[in-house]
Write a protein that binds this ligand. Structure first.
Ligand code: NAD
Length: 480
């Protein structure tokens, strides 16, 4: 049994109330560990430690802070295999994916922000005869970082690294569904000698531990990634206290295939965009719109590609898709396949749970599922499913596809396939989303602004945007 501890004031400690939550392994459906069910008193201890550590941490030179973050990055790299195994076990994702994407990205997040602060410049506004202004960017104090289960260590560190780099102290909570690599990160912080209280990781349920972080009066900024409803709840608590908020929320992303695209490339990338990480990436393209003249050709090629996506135990090298993250989530995704059929959709591929032999017979496996024949404004095409389910819809004109693509409450990401340069840029400009890929998907440059429009969020992460979020700008005006 793997028993997780909180990381508070530099030490691994049990929750004060002594309560734990079961941790399930999605591949087998079995309990394999215990997670602290922390309460407001644990959060208060973490905030106290962060407040005590803040004066010394924020006073370090940027070179010294950079060095600490680089040490964490190097330690993640040294343990890449072990961390990938742990992530795969906790989340159900193929181990190959954790090795190739999740853990390298966690390593890179620390290295990126460790070096970004060495290159940051502050603004200077010259008023000529009257003098000048300069901008001081100062750390906020204690900040909270709350992350979801789909890319556990990847998204956790994407928040923690810029928060620490800009001189804040952090109280952080990973998802209670996938807490294990955050626990391993706390061990790494102890190993590399990160000063006590600079980072505190408190485990527990969202409505208890997470909410106690959001409510705590000393927590001055909250960086949150998760569902839109949770984001609204957090905003309703934080806004009246005038806390800074960065909210990265849900998506229902369109993938637009024009007739003049490179069809083979569009098919291959669309299959990845639909089913990578079992379709549990906020950026997954779950609504595929195909220009009518190539609809049948695309469909044929796409279904062939999907047929080659083997669902299997995450530890096996030939599994292209692993288990969904939890039983509840599997049931939720499965219920949308039933809803799609009630709404008149035809299942072209998949649609069933997968029964693997023991010891995986209780695991949460679902076939990659492709559905056609649905109206663009039905629930299946409007609500976030966050699983391996995509819909195919034909379109006749650019205006029509823009209308359908922009019709949801979300605005996170969009993918466009066309060889026509003008059309690509024209459509990118008209799409209501924070991120647009042309002829590709999930290519990430950590310097670029990352975030959503509409109900997909408020604020941007990435590059200097994140460093700006985690600092207060102070203008100093000087008269000659
Ligand atoms: P969730 O909202 O249920 O939980 C996210 C985190 O918030 C968890 O750590 C949870 O414990 C915590 N939480 C829950 N209630 C809380 C409360 N009242 N106060 C404070 N914290 C609380 O989301 P999830 O199911 O873990 O993740 C899936 C969602 O995340 C999807 O909607 C997906 O689109 C979204 N997501 C968005 C992005 C992005 O960058 N925009 C990235 C990944 C995932």
């Amino acid at each position: 049994m793997e028993i997780i501890a909180n990381y508070i004031n530099g030490a691994l400690v049990a929750p004060q109330g002594g309560e734990y939550i079961d941790n399930y392994e999605p591949a087998t459906g079995k309990v394999y560990g215990k997670i602290p069910r922390s309460q407001a008193d644990d959060v208060a201890a973490a905030v106290q430690a962060a407040e005590a550590a803040f004066p010394a941490w924020s006073a370090l030179s940027i070179q010294e802070r950079s060095r600490f973050l680089l040490k964490i990055s190097e330690a993640i790299d040294a343990k890449l295999g072990h961390l990938a195994q742990a992530e795969s076990r906790d989340n159900g994702k193929p181990i190959k994916l954790a090795e190739a994407v999740d853990i390298p990205r966690a390593r890179d997040n620390f290295a990126f922000f460790a070096t970004a602060i060495l290159h940051q410049e502050d603004e200077f506004h010259n008023m000529g005869e009257k003098g000048f202004n300069y901008t001081l960017r100062q750390p906020i104090g204690t900040v909270a970082c709350i992350s979801p289960w789909n890319l556990p260590l990847y998204l956790f560190t994407w928040k923690i690294a810029p928060a620490l780099a800009s001189g804040n102290c952090v109280v952080a909570k990973p998802s209670e569904v996938t807490p294990f690599t955050a626990f391993l990160l706390s061990q790494i912080c102890i190993e590399v000698g990160l000063p006590a209280g600079v980072l505190n990781i408190v485990h527990g349920l969202g409505a208890e531990t997470g909410q106690a972080m959001v409510e705590h009066p000393k927590v001055k900024a909250i960086s949150f990634t998760g569902g839109t409803a949770t984001g609204a709840r957090i905003a309703s608590i934080a806004a009246p206290q005038f806390k800074k908020l960065s909210l990265e929320l849900g998506g229902k992303n369109p993938n637009i295939i024009f007739a003049d695209c490179d069809l083979e490339r569009a098919i291959n990338i669309s299959a990845r965009a639909a089913f990578a990480n079992q379709g549990q990436i906020c950026l997954c393209g779950s609504r595929i719109f195909i220009e009518r003249s190539i609809y049948e050709d695309f469909k044929k090629g796409f279904l062939q590609r999907v047929a080659s996506l083997k669902v299997g135990p995450p530890q096996k090298a030939d599994s292209r898709m692993g288990a969904l993250v939890s039983k509840e989530h599997l049931e939720k995704v499965f219920s949308y396949i039933q809803l799609a059929q009630e709404e008149g959709g035809k299942v072209l591929a998949g649609g069933h749970k997968v029964n693997l032999p023991a010891p995986y017979d209780q695991g949460y496996y679902l076939e990659p599922t492709v559905i056609e024949g649905l109206a663009f404004d039905c629930r299946t095409n409007q609500e976030e499913i966050f699983g391996p389910v995509v819909t195919l819809s034909p379109f006749d004109s650019e205006a029509e596809v823009l209308m359908m693509a922009n019709s949801t409450e979300y605005g996170l990401a969009c993918t466009i396939f066309t060889e026509n340069l003008n059309k690509a840029h024209r459509v990118a400009k008209e799409i209501h989303s924070g991120i647009v890929w042309i002829n590709d998907w999930l290519v990430r440059d950590l310097r670029t602004p990352f975030g959503g429009m509409k109900n997909s969020g408020v604020g941007r992460e990435g590059g200097f945007e994140a460093l700006k979020f985690f600092t207060e700008a102070k203008n100093v005006c000087v008269n000659y």
